[in-house]
Write a protein that binds this ligand. Structure first.
Ligand SMILES: [Fe+2]
Length: 301
């Protein structure tokens, strides 16, 4: 089964040019005409990373940033079932700056890199986000892997990259001669995280809370014997006005074996899916969509 490991969305935000203009103006205007020039943080862990950072939500005008965050969160909710935006930073890399291979192990979390780079393919080479192809290990040794050891995602303007935080990733060194921040690799990045279930439609969140709180102890009993599987399983249930589940859609399944004698991940996700499909909610004025992310983390028993 192919692994959901990364997604790339081009032309992501309709106001990308406006975001970029704010960045360009910051470096174009003399300090006394704009805001303080001293907002950038030099983040340096020798041998690992060197980058300039500032909190994205403080850098951009509040209304513009709020529309970007809305766009990102609505994408996170629809595509991944994740509804929390965490640690959004604006960063730039000029020559000599780097981010070496690492992962960010937070189950139920996906990294995002939204590129505001305009120089890539012109004055800038490098700066790609590198995602390691570790499909063999994540598949529990059952997948025949072809291709290189990593996938490079170039920093194309107005492109969103989201990826499983458990997978090793890095930023390739930028290759140009300019120390002008406007020629740099520029991105807003951070994490989309599991904030629990959410609902759209006729049912209220309180009604959904009540149904899930009543039902999930039984589900937890049924899956208690699974061992050594880890990942995120997000599903969306369409609920009819009658309260019955009509359709289940799998949004994301990154649940994998983490030991050779682990339980079968597909048996686990299948069990959760059929349990959710059979849930009964209160009758409502119309239909609803209930999205439930399940961060799965079963230790060795
Ligand atoms: Fe990272």
């Amino acid at each position: 089964m192919p692994l959901d490991r990364l997604f790339v969305e081009r032309d992501f935000f309709t106001e990308a040019e406006q975001l970029r203009s704010v960045y360009d103006e910051f470096f174009s205007k003399p300090a006394e005409e704009g805001r303080s020039p001293y907002i950038w943080r030099y983040h340096n862990i020798p041998g690992f990373t060197t980058v300039m950072l500032t909190p994205a939500d403080e850098f951009f005008p509040p209304d513009l940033y709020a529309r970007f965050a809305d766009r990102l969160l609505s994408y996170g909710r629809r595509k991944l079932g994740l509804n929390v935006l965490s640690e959004p930073y604006l960063s730039f890399y000029i020559p000599g700056m780097r981010l070496e291979l690492h992962n960010d192990v937070n189950n139920g979390s996906w990294g995002f890199v939204y590129s505001l780079t305009t120089s890539w393919g012109k004055s800038l080479a490098g700066g790609e986000t590198l995602i390691v192809n570790d499909d063999y290990w994540l598949s529990g040794g059952s997948l025949h892997v072809k291709g290189g050891i990593a996938t490079d995602i170039p920093p194309i303007f107005n492109q969103l990259l989201v990826f499983d935080d458990r997978v090793m990733h890095a930023v390739r060194p930028v290759q140009n001669r300019s120390t002008d921040a406007r020629e740099a690799r520029v991105a807003i990045h951070g994490h989309l995280r599991d904030g629990g279930h959410f609902v759209e439609g006729a049912l209220s969140l309180e009604q959904v809370d009540e149904t899930l709180e009543r039902s999930f102890p039984l589900l937890n009993e049924q899956i208690a014997d699974f061992a050594d599987v880890d990942g995120l399983f997000s599903i969306r249930l369409t609920v009819a006005a009658s309260g019955r589940g009509e359709k289940v859609e799998r949004l994301l399944d990154t649940v994998r074996r983490v030991a050779p004698d682990a339980s079968d991940p597909s048996a686990l996700t299948g069990l959760i899916e059929s349990f959710v499909h059979r849930l009964e909610f209160p009758r409502a004025e119309g239909s609803s969509e209930v999205t439930i992310p399940f961060p799965i983390s079963f230790d060795h028993e």
